[in-house]
Each structure stands twice: as structure tokens, then as C-alpha cells.
Design a protein around this ligand. Structure first.
Ligand code: GTP
Ligand code: MG
Length: 219
């Protein structure tokens, strides 16, 4: 069964500095407004409360943080949140630049767009979804803090938040606090990792024979 067994912080990249060159493993990034629960979700998935820094104050994550999962099977990327009103204008501009660089880099395979399950998506959330669609990056909507809702509210919210940002499929309801919805997120990640492996260029002609000859060479 596909599981997150190992997670470690790999590297950070400051707003305005070049993106690190990582291996060819898929990159799955968490995007969403400040305080929506991106870093907490990474910690819940990795089962390590200290991996990514979280805070009740918005604007905690100010760098792009890359986490290596299962020894390089894939990367989880924690992005600084948007819509943080207190951030200086210059930083907000840098945030935009960074997002644009990252989305255009061809490095990111999938985005998890996190929306607060209790609220209507904001104009910034909808703008983010339009941006992701423009860059043609596949995404999945996750509705966070599901522990704050009743069962009936959850069902309604899963459909409503996804629809509000133009996603065809309902959101996955998650709670980092109660660790609910995580299996569904992991199953989605498994699918992304498998799809990315299938999309890789086929090995060059004769590669299989060559590998076979090399491995049988000693006999
Ligand atoms: N009730 C509840 N609170 C949560 C959940 N996930 C995160 N929080 C709280 O929401 C606050 C923000 O969480 P973070 O994970 O730091 O949010 P973030 O999206 O990384 O925020 P930035 O780094 O500022 O962009 C913290 O006080 C968390 O404890 C959840 O599933 N349920
Ligand atoms: Mg954060």
C-alpha cells in the first residue's frame, strides 16, 4: 500500500531567488491563502508536527519549503500563503513573481488548492484557480478545517467550495487537527505519482536489451 513513510525538510527558497533544481520526482505544492492550513496539512500527512512551521498568526511561511518524501519518491512543497494583508506591498509583489516563476517552471506536477471549508472562497482564491487553469497545471481542491463543521455541513461545503473555484470534482474534506481525510489525499498523491511515472519519456530503443546484457555480463 502507498504510504508516506519518511519525510524530511530538503531546502528553502526565498522570494525572489531562483528555484532549486531537484530531481525528476513529482512536485506537489500546497497553495492557498494565509492561515488556511497548508503547513499543518503537510505535518499531518507526514505524521510529524514539527516538520513545517505553523502558527495561528497568518503569514507564518515566508519561504518556499521543499520536503522530500519517501527518500525522493516525490516532493511536497509548502508555499507562502496569499491574501496576507499585513505583508508589505514589496513582499506581495515578490510573492506574485515567485508563484508565476514556479507555475511556469514546468517543475510542479500538481497543486493542492486549499480552501477553508467554513467560508466562501475569496476573490484571491478564485484568481488563484484561474491562474492554475491558465498555466494548465492539474489541481485538486482540499477543504480544510473540516473538524469545525457538522456532517451535513461537510457534504454541502465539499461541493460548494469546489464549484466556487470552477473545479468539476468535489473538494476533499480534510482536518489536520482530527487527521481526517488524509487517506483520500494520500490516494490522490499515489495517483499523481503513478501518472507522472507514466508520462516520463520511454527508455531509448534497445535499453532493455542493454540492461539485460549488462546484468547478465558477469555470468
Ligand atoms: N481547527 C483546525 N485548525 C487548523 C487545522 N489546520 C490548521 N489549523 C490551524 O490554523 C492555523 C494556521 O495553520 P498553518 O498550517 O500555519 O496555515 P498556513 O496555511 O501554512 O499559513 P501561512 O504559512 O501563513 O500561509 C494554525 O493555528 C493551525 O493550528 C485544522 O484542520 N483544524
Ligand atoms: Mg504555512
Amino acid at each position: 500500500m502507498f504510504r508516506i513513510k519518511k519525510a524530511r525538510f530538503l531546502t528553502s527558497c526565498a522570494l525572489g531567488s531562483p528555484l532549486p533544481a531537484l530531481g525528476s520526482a513529482p512536485q506537489i505544492a500546497m497553495v492557498g491563502k494565509s492561515n488556511v492550513g497548508k503547513s499543518s496539512l503537510i505535518n499531518a500527512l507526514a505524521n510529524n508536527g514539527k516538520l513545517a512551521r505553523t502558527s495561528s498568526e497568518p503569514g507564518k511561511t515566508r519561504l518556499v519549503n521543499f520536503f522530500e518524501i519517501n527518500g525522493g519518491e516525490f516532493y511536497l512543497v509548502d508555499l507562502p500563503g496569499y491574501g496576507f494583508a499585513k505583508a508589505p506591498k514589496s513582499e506581495q509583489l515578490k510573492w506574485g513573481e515567485l508563484m508565476e516563476n514556479y507555475l511556469r517552471s514546468g517543475q510542479v506536477n500538481h497543486l493542492f488548492l486549499l480552501l477553508d471549508s467554513r467560508h466562501e472562497p475569496t476573490a484571491a482564491d478564485r484568481q488563484m484557480a484561474v491562474w492554475m487553469q491558465y498555466y494548465n497545471i492539474p489541481y485538486t481542491v482540499l477543504a480544510t478545517k473540516a473538524d469545525k463543521l457538522s456532517r451535513a455541513q461537510k457534504r454541502a461545503a465539499a461541493a460548494a467550495v469546489a464549484k466556487a473555484v470552477g473545479s468539476m470534482s468535489p473538494a476533499i474534506m480534510v482536518s489536520a487537527k482530527e487527521k481526517s481525510g488524509l487517506e483520500e489525499v494520500v490516494a490522490r498523491i499515489e495517483q499523481i505519482v503513478c501518472d507522472t511515472a507514466l508520462e516520463r519519456p520511454a527508455p531509448k530503443e534497445g535499453a532493455a536489451e542493454e540492461a539485460w546484457e549488462n546484468s547478465a555480463g558477469g555470468e
